[in-house]
Design a protein around this ligand. Structure first.
Ligand code: GLY
Length: 336
């Protein structure tokens, strides 16, 4: 049992630590020109641009986030998100997405099929149901009920890649992708380039979303980190937001995005917070991370942004202030 005196001392120390962190945070406040939007992977400049159309007109971050992510979901060239996403081992395209707003609202859909914009369904789960997560057929039925159309998401390109994979049917998606050289985002050494997007609007409010078709040729029903609140995405409007890309199983194990936000709460910069999440994962799993990429991006309440990846090659893109696109390589733990 905890000794009462020790408990009190611990409480006082904790409170002191929080105050110190808050003071440090206040000192490091940046003069940031809002709004801002930041996404995983360079090709998502196009998603940032769509988000910017709302942010630059003083719109809400949550509206900007949804519009931005929808661009990537509708892009048939992107084989890791939405339409054109690579299917599971049975040839079914199953999508995962989640969204969080500045009010503590969150919504998620997992393993949804035949709906091109899971991020929008996730938003409706958040806004129109008493729940946070809908899965599979339930998510699909809800989407139809909300007016979404049934669509075939398997493009000829994705079908061709899947049929190629069927020849060996080796259940090692990351190994398969290395051989097939079907890698959209430079630096995505496995088959992931999930979009995670975070935005802060002119009122200083934060929102975020994450959307993916998940690991190619996954087992039926497999869900990664992207639709799991706290793993693929976490937003706390008082502190900051973080989102992840890469092998979801590893991100889930450490509640990656929540870990990043909690580190910012205690005074770490967004880049430091992302690095701590990656290092925690590495410490836990260093013998199991071969050929995998995992990256985090984060933004704090001061509008400071940062990123960190397990390996060399992860990049991210943002727009801030006057609306110029910036693409940056993230710092990393392991050189390729
Ligand atoms: N990060 C996406 C996934 O693992 O499904």
């Amino acid at each position: 049992m905890i000794n009462r005196r020790k408990f009190l001392r611990h409480s006082v120390l904790s409170t002191g630590a929080i105050l110190l962190a808050q003071q440090l945070n206040a000192k490091s406040k940046l003069e940031v020109k809002l709004p801002l939007v930041i996404s995983t992977w360079a090709p998502n400049v196009k998603a940032n641009k769509a988000a910017w159309e709302i942010l630059s007109k003083s719109g809400r971050a949550i509206d900007a986030i949804e519009k931005g992510v929808m661009v990537t979901e509708a892009d048939p060239e992107d084989t890791s998100v939405g339409y054109g996403g690579l299917p599971d081992r049975d040839g079914r395209v199953t999508l995962d997405a989640c969204i969080m707003d500045e009010l503590g609202g969150c919504g998620s859909v997992m393993c949804i099929e035949n709906i091109i914009h899971p991020v929008s369904v996730a938003r409706l789960v958040m806004e129109k149901t008493p729940h946070v997560v809908l899965v599979g057929e339930g998510a699909y039925a809800f989407a139809l009920q909300q007016g979404f159309k049934k669509e075939n998401l398997l493009t000829p390109n994705s079908e061709k890649i899947w049929k190629e994979w069927l020849k060996s049917s080796k259940y090692n998606p990351m190994e398969t992708m290395k051989h097939m050289k079907e890698k959209r985002a430079p630096g995505s050494i496995d088959n992931h380039d999930t979009i995670g997007m975070l935005a802060m609007d002119v009122n200083g409010n934060l929102s975020g979303a994450c959307s993916t078709s998940g690991m190619a040729f996954k087992m039926k029903g497999r869900v990664g980190d992207s639709p799991i609140i706290g793993a693929g995405l976490f937003v706390d409007n008082e502190v900051g937001a973080a989102t992840a890309t890469g092998v979801g199983e590893e991100v889930i194990r450490i509640c990656g995005s929540h870990t990043g936000v909690e580190e910012m709460r205690y005074g770490k910069s967004p880049r430091e917070a992302c690095q701590i999440a990656v290092e925690r994962m590495y410490k836990l799993r260093k013998n199991n991370l071969n050929d995998m990429q995992i990256g985090f991006i984060a933004v704090n309440k001061s509008g400071e942004m940062g990123a960190f990846a397990l390996r060399e090659g992860f990049n991210y893109c943002y727009r801030i202030g006057e609306g110029v696109d910036v693409v940056k390589d993230a710092e990393f733990l392991l050189k390729n």
